[in-house]
Design a binder for this molecule. Structure first.
Ligand SMILES: [Fe+2]
Length: 177
């Protein structure tokens, strides 16, 4: 894996943004760049990093010492899922292996942290999903194959509030009759 290339990429983003949130166009652009870098990752480089069924693995690739833009390789095994959550920073996700079903939510009640489903997006190999800082999503591995993704966050995960504090509760399902 071209770690030096990822390091240059993250350093360039930190310099470009200077701590500010990217515009929608900037976020899409840096996501597209991550997709190009992801296409260069060969299967052999990630073979030892793949989660077993039921397992979730997080591999830091480039973590900013100052809490800035950071890149992780995430692998989730079949049967794993995450609760609806926000990141409180922007995110770009690029699929390398397997299928991850993302459900996107909107906030129905900030006080009770209630959310409603908006739509679903499947992220497979070569697919890009960008989320702005306010976006709420949940994920689920679709099928038997473990997933592998590149996750680029605007801030290092250690600089974010704990996952449980970033979670929401689903109160309605617009797809239900
Ligand atoms: Fe997430």
């Amino acid at each position: 894996m071209n770690l030096a290339g990822f390091e240059r990429f993250c350093a360039g983003i930190a310099q470009q943004l200077g701590g500010a949130e990217p515009s929608a166009r900037e976020l899409q652009g840096l996501g597209e760049e991550l997709r190009r870098l992801g296409a260069e990752v060969d299967a052999a480089a990630i073979s030892d990093l793949i989660a077993a069924p039921g397992q979730e693995r997080l591999h830091p690739l480039v973590v900013s010492a100052s809490g800035g833009p950071s890149l992780y390789l995430v692998s989730d095994g079949a049967g794993t899922a995450s609760a609806p959550h926000e990141h409180q920073t922007w995110v770009a996700i690029v699929g390398l292996r397997g299928l991850e079903l993302n459900t996107l939510f909107s906030c129905a009640d900030a006080a009770t942290r209630a959310v409603v489903r908006e739509r679903e997006v499947t992220v497979g190999p070569g697919d890009l999903l960008v989320l702005d800082a306010a976006r709420i999503h949940s994920t689920r591995v679709d099928g038997a194959a473990s997933t592998v993704h590149l996750h680029l966050y605007g801030r290092a995960l250690a600089a974010l509030p704990p996952f449980t504090e970033r979670c929401f509760k689903v109160v309605a399902d617009h797809r239900s009759p």
